[in-house]
Write a protein that binds this ligand. Structure first.
Ligand code: ATP
Ligand code: MG
Length: 210
């Protein structure tokens, strides 16, 4: 092939320029990485109207399990649901402490006192798991919903999360995260909904929604 026929960046001059540019970029990136020295358990919040809050948290569970650590999961609202992830994580045995404490959506139970009792029960379970030194990652799925409805005391929850062991990572999921929780968190991701198949009449799909 003549040089003319090659893509621009395969020509000798371009290749040299590209290598020099990448060398500089690598030096900048290496320096940036070297400047980050803090090691800590993170408070992570996955919120927003788009799909992916719980599944992203479960992705972290998988990552942590792959590193040989134990994971705790407390579901605050959707306890009764039979999900694919609950089945899949059974293969990890007692390396996953899974507690489905909710009794369904608030409009399904239609009983506020019962919802509050279920949330308190779930929160007690969460604090027990926080005290378990073997757990490295704790997922509090839909805790944001319990806080939004004031089923749990926001200040007490945030204070307890802030006082967690220094090596414990906690992920809180659910729409409408409270500002006080966002303020206390290290990492907050807002899932935005660009398009969702429910709007086009597509029902919940096995392996995607449950
Ligand atoms: P997932 O569990 O799939 O990660 P999620 O945790 O972000 O979803 P939730 O608020 O817990 O979302 O709601 C759970 C269910 O609601 C999912 O089945 C999801 O597909 C559906 N859902 C999420 N976002 C939307 C949306 N923007 N419109 C309609 N349904 C949605
Ligand atoms: Mg969810």
């Amino acid at each position: 092939m003549t040089d003319d026929a090659k893509p621009d960046d395969a020509k000798p001059d371009d290749a040299t320029r590209h290598r020099e540019k990448m060398e500089k970029r690598k030096a900048v990136q290496d320096a940036e990485v070297a400047a980050k020295t803090i090691e800590k358990g993170l408070l992570i919040v996955n919120t927003g109207p788009g799909k992916g809050k719980t599944t992203a948290a479960l992705g972290l569970a998988l990552r942590m399990l792959g590193r040989g650590h134990r994971v705790g999961i407390v579901q605050f609202i959707k306890g009764a649901w039979d999900t694919g992830e609950a089945h899949a994580l059974k293969v990890f045995g007692d390396r996953v402490a899974w507690h489905a404490m909710g009794e369904g959506f608030t409009w399904e139970t239609q009983d506020k006192a019962r919802d509050i009792a279920a949330c308190l029960n779930a929160w007690n379970q969460a604090t027990d798991l926080m005290a378990d030194p073997g757990i490295r990652l704790l997922i509090l799925d839909e805790l944001n919903i319990a806080l939004r409805y004031d089923y749990l005391d926001l200040d007490a929850v945030v204070a307890t999360l802030k006082a967690r062991r220094p090596d414990l990572h906690v992920v809180v999921t659910g729409r409408n995260a409270k500002p006080a929780l966002i303020e206390a968190a290290d990492l907050v991701t807002e899932m935005g909904s660009v398009k969702h198949h429910f709007a086009a009449g597509v029902k919940a799909q096995e392996g995607i929604e449950f």
